[in-house]
Design a protein around this ligand. Structure first.
Ligand SMILES: NC(=O)c1ccc[n+]([C@@H]2O[C@H](COP(=O)([O-])OP(=O)(O)OC[C@H]3O[C@@H](n4cnc5c(N)ncnc54)[C@H](OP(=O)(O)O)[C@@H]3O)[C@@H](O)[C@H]2O)c1
Length: 246
């Protein structure tokens, strides 16, 4: 299965922004492997995208299962010997944004489950795959954060997100942003670029129908950061090419 194409791994690629990111990267000639907790759902998506002309495969992958990091490593090592693009897209939001989410009473299991997926699992997977990303000519790591991870905006009563507080989700994305900054600094003398993406408020299962942005637009920031040229930024936090305040 060795390929000259760039190889991308998208976690949570079976629906929402991850699926659309796979579609758009596939259209740009990237070999895409989607991770899907439910292999059958992932296979159906891969079949659909292949029918549209994209080069897509699927592996079963759960970001909360440590054994899956090694399985993913072995899959990319055996089939490609490298990984060009890692899109840490899988994420959960377990609080209701329609109800008050007081920091003083956030449920500790919600806090832990959110961090297991959005932060701990994402870091452990990245650590496991980093040796393969270092083997790519110009590795790219995209962490799907959110504008809700911005401490600067949450602290500003005049900001548009001031009233949208949900501590578990927001803090998990702030912590993920910290990972972006720290890993980018560690890798600053390599060709690898690490950035956080805010996709926009997007009409997915997570974003709900109330969101203003359609899914094709919601994938654009991930795609842009995945295909950054050598002159592009690293250690940044972006939405559609615009830098966000941390
Ligand atoms: N939609 C928005 O407005 C918005 C805004 C800002 C940031 N984001 C971020 O963008 C990313 C994608 O969001 P989305 O709107 O596309 O969400 P979504 O429609 O809810 O899809 C989430 C994806 O993550 C996967 N996932 C969840 N838990 C997982 C686990 N333990 N292991 C592996 N995969 C898992 C889901 O797989 P299953 O199908 O198996 O559940 C699904 O493929 C998330 O990180 C989210 O926080 C979204």
């Amino acid at each position: 299965m060795a390929t000259e194409k760039k190889v991308a791994f998208i976690t949570g690629g079976n629906r929402g922004i991850g699926l659309e990111t796979a579609r758009q990267l596939g259209k740009q000639g990237v070999k895409v492997v989607i991770g899907s907790r439910d292999l059958e759902k992932g296979k159906a998506v891969a079949d659909k995208l292949r029918a549209e002309g994209a080069d897509v495969d699927v592996i079963r992958f759960d970001i909360t299962k440590a054994a899956d990091y090694l399985e993913a490593y072995n899959y990319f090592d055996k089939n490609f010997g490298r990984l060009d693009i890692l899109i840490n897209n899988a994420g959960v939001s377990k609080e209701s944004f329609g109800a008050p989410n007081n920091a003083s009473s956030v449920n500790s299991s919600v806090l832990r489950e959110t961090f297991d997926t959005n932060f701990f699992g994402t870091i452990e997977l990245t650590q496991k795959l980093l040796p393969l990303i270092k083997k790519a000519p110009e590795g790219r790591i995209v962490n799907l954060s959110s504008i809700l991870g911005s401490l600067a905006l949450h602290a500003d009563p005049a900001s548009p997100i001031y009233g949208f507080k949900a501590l578990a989700y927001d803090a998990s994305k702030s912590a993920l942003n910290a990972f972006t900054v720290h890993l980018a600094a560690e890798l600053k003398d390599t060709k690898i670029k690490v950035n956080s993406a805010h996709p926009g408020w997007v009409k997915t299962d997570m974003g709900t129908d109330a969101a203003p942005m359609e899914i094709p637009d919601g994938a654009k920031t991930s795609v842009q950061l995945a295909l950054l040229p050598a002159t592009g930024p690293t250690g940044g936090y972006f939405h559609m090419g615009e830098a966000l305040p941390w």
